[in-house]
Design a protein around this ligand. Sequence first.
Ligand code: NAP
Length: 310
Amino acid sequence: MSKIHFDTIALIGIGLIGSSLARVIKREGLADHIVISTRSESTLKRAEALGLGDSYVLDSAEAVRNADLVIISVPVGSSGDVARHIAGSLKAGAIVTDVGSTKGSVIAQMQPELPVHVHFIPGHPLAGTEYSGPDAGFAELFANRWCILTPLEGTDPVALDRLTKFWEACGSRLDTMDPLHHDRVLAIVSHLPHIIAYNIVGTASDLEEVTNSEVIKYSASGFRDFTRLAASDPTMWRDVCLHNKDAILEMLARFSEDLASLQRSIRWGDGDALFDLFTRTRAVRRGIIDAGQEVDAPDFGRQKAGAKSS
Ligand code: NAP
């Protein structure tokens, strides 16, 4: 079977995700030419210094002109502006996709802007770290991680197949999903954990009776694992919260109810309820390890996997 290949791939946005794509596209030889475009001159210069692409342009409209595949990797709140800017320059038959962490809002922003002669197929690789920018990327980011495509009604099956094969060549496992279902699933598996982490780290840093130095000194007893999530990019996560509001609020309401129930078990000394819950949750982690989405090492696999799991 011949490998998927594009003449020109345009990467719009060259942070953690865009630069990881650039690296894996190069490593796997998935394009003859990689054009890189980003908002700021300083990031563009850094991408060039890192040798991530073949050409570098500030104007995203110019970058997409000859591209057969356009991948937009910017904060979700900016995807509409980018789509509006590149729309008039897109080549007929080009595949346009994104990597945004929310799908309903990205589709609502981008779809009305894009011309009918391109194939718009939204996507989301479930792979990341708490680091940002072009230096943070690495070619193995997508290896064995899921990538969810949320094709719209009437999507050309050939274009969908090409994009599927592209992500598989990057190392991903592929699923397709309805966009709104994606947003509910991601609200619980990704968005809520980050919000809880931001909240607990914020609470700890506000506590007056525990000094900040004690929070840091004793952090390995649990707190540290939340700080990794809470160190994630503020712009990205502000946008995720604002653009997946309904699903996040629904999951937060359920979470609050369950937290109240846990609080009651502690207050009334209901050890059986606590033991049952903790047994159930331990099995969930076992399932994640068995599914190959985490390494079976103590201390969150930190020694082996470094900081590069999300
Ligand atoms: P990142 O490292 O912060 O890079 C963001 C990129 O977008 C940079 O090239 C930046 O350009 C550009 N950008 C920022 N604001 C912009 C704006 N207002 N208009 C146009 N371009 C703008 O971000 P990332 O982690 O790669 O995330 C990119 C996308 O991937 C987001 O939609 C995020 O939801 C999604 N995602 C992230 C992860 C993760 O764990 N990080 C995982 C899966 C999906 P300049 O540097 O030139 O300003």
